[in-house]
Ligand binder design. Structure first.
Ligand SMILES: *[C@@H]1O[C@H](CO)[C@@H](O)[C@H](O)[C@H]1NC(C)=O
Ligand SMILES: *[C@@H]1O[C@H](CO)[C@@H](O)[C@H](O)[C@H]1NC(C)=O
Ligand SMILES: *[C@@H]1O[C@H](CO)[C@@H](O)[C@H](O)[C@H]1NC(C)=O
Ligand SMILES: *[C@@H]1O[C@H](CO)[C@@H](O)[C@H](O)[C@H]1NC(C)=O
Ligand SMILES: [Zn+2]
Length: 278
C-alpha cells in the first residue's frame, strides 16, 4: 500500500484536487464484450475494463498461480466497494505469465518487467491492429510476490503528467483473499486519491474536507480496525478505503473522494463510458 512511484506526484495532485465533479452521465456499453467478459456487471455505470496479469514463479499457489475464479471474485469485491462511485469493473481479459524474476522483483520501478509492461495489455482491438497505444482508463492489474513484507500493493498515481506507459496496479498475490481491501485501495490511487492521512495535519491533509485529518497510523494499528485519533483530537473508527485499516472496516469512500475519482478519470485518464471492444 506504500507507493514509491506515487510519492513524487503528491504535490502536483494536491494542486488539482477537490473540485467537485458533476456525476458521470454514462450509458451502458453499446459494443460487444470480449469473449472472457462477464456481463453480470451493473448497467448504466462507468464500466472499466480490467486486464489481469497473473505473474507466477511456478504452478503452485505459493508461486502465485491464482485460480481464475479468484480473479472474478476480486473484481466482484471491487464492484462492491465502488458501488456508489459511478464506476463498475468487468474482468475483460486475464493472462498467466510465468517468470520467476518478475514474480520476485523488488525494485519499485520494476526494471525487469518494465519493457514488457509498457506493451501490456491492449484492448483486443488494439492488439488486432498492432497499435502501440494504451487507453489509460483500462485498468491493468498485476499479481505477483512483492518481497517487501510491509507492502501489499502499489499503484501509479493519477496526476497530470504522471500517467506513464507502465500504468497498472501491482498487488501481492497474498492480498487477494475474499474481502481484501488492497485492490480497491490501489485502484483509489490509480484514480488519483491520496491516503486519508497524507500530509498528516498540514493544510487539508489529503486535500478533501470530508475525510478526517490524521497522522500516519502507528505501525501497531496499521491494517487493523482499532480506533484512531484525528488531528483535532476526535477519536474515530477507521472506515475509509484510503486509510491503512483492516479489510473488515476499510469499506467506504467519502462523497468528495467519489467526486474526485470521477473528475480524475475524465480529466486525467480520458475515461469514456463502456468498454471499447468493437
Ligand atoms: C445525459 O444523458 C441523456 C440521455 O441518457 C442525454 O439526453 C443528455 O443529453 C446527457 N447529458 C449530457 C450532459 O451529456
Ligand atoms: C462471471 O463471474 C462469476 C463470479 O462473479 C463466475 O462464477 C462466472 O464463471 C463468470 N462468467 C464467465 C463467463 O466468466
Ligand atoms: C514455487 O515458487 C515459490 C515462490 O518462488 C517457491 O516458494 C516454491 O518453493 C516453488 N514451488 C515449487 C514446487 O517449485
Ligand atoms: C473534529 O473534526 C470533526 C470533523 O470536522 C468534527 O466532527 C469534530 O467535532 C471535531 N472534533 C473536535 C474536538 O473539534
Ligand atoms: Zn496506499
Amino acid at each position: 500500500m506504500f507507493n514509491f512511484r506515487s510519492s513524487l506526484a503528491l504535490i502536483i495532485a494536491l494542486a488539482a484536487s477537490a473540485v467537485m465533479a458533476s456525476p458521470l452521465n454514462v450509458t451502458s456499453p453499446k459494443n460487444s464484450a470480449p469473449t472472457t467478459s462477464n456481463t453480470t456487471v451493473v448497467d448504466n455505470k462507468g464500466v472499466i475494463s480490467v486486464f489481469w496479469h497473473v505473474i507466477t514463479a511456478n504452478d503452485t499457489r505459493e508461486g502465485g498461480n491464482l485460480p481464475v475464479s479468484l480473479l472474478y471474485d476480486q473484481v466482484k469485491d471491487l464492484n462492491h466497494l465502488y458501488r456508489d462511485t459511478g464506476f463498475s469493473f468487468v474482468l475483460a481479459e486475464y493472462g498467466y505469465h510465468r517468470n520467476e524474476d518478475w514474480f520476485n522483483e523488488n525494485d519499485p520501478t520494476r526494471t525487469m518487467m518494465y519493457e514488457w509492461q509498457t506493451k501490456t495489455p491492449f484492448t483486443p482491438k488494439e492488439k488486432a491492429e498492432g497499435l502501440e497505444t494504451k487507453e489509460f482508463y483500462d485498468l491493468n492489474v498485476y499479481t505477483r510476490n512483492i518481497p517487501n513484507p510491509l507492502i501489499l500493493g502499489d499503484s501509479p498515481f493519477a496526476a497530470e503528467g504522471f500517467i506513464d506507459r507502465t500504468d497498472g496496479v501491482h498487488i501481492d498475490y497474498i492480498a487477494t483473499t475474499p474481502g481484501a481491501v488492497t485492490l480497491a485501495h490501489e485502484v483509489g490511487h490509480w484514480m488519483g486519491l491520496l491516503h486519508v492521512f497524507e500530509f498528516e495535519c498540514e493544510n487539508e491533509g489529503d486535500g478533501l474536507t470530508d475525510t478526517l485529518m490524521q497522522k500516519v497510523p502507528p505501525q501497531s494499528i496499521i491494517m487493523s480496525c482499532e480506533p484512531r485519533v484525528a488531528c483535532n483530537g476526535t477519536t474515530f473508527l477507521p472506515n475509509n478505503v484510503m486509510d491503512y485499516a483492516g479489510d473488515d472496516c476499510a469499506r467506504e469512500f467519502t462523497p468528495q473522494q467519489r467526486a474526485l475519482m470521477r473528475e480524475n478519470m475524465i480529466k486525467l485518464r480520458h475515461f469514456k463510458p463502456g468498454p471499447v471492444f468493437n
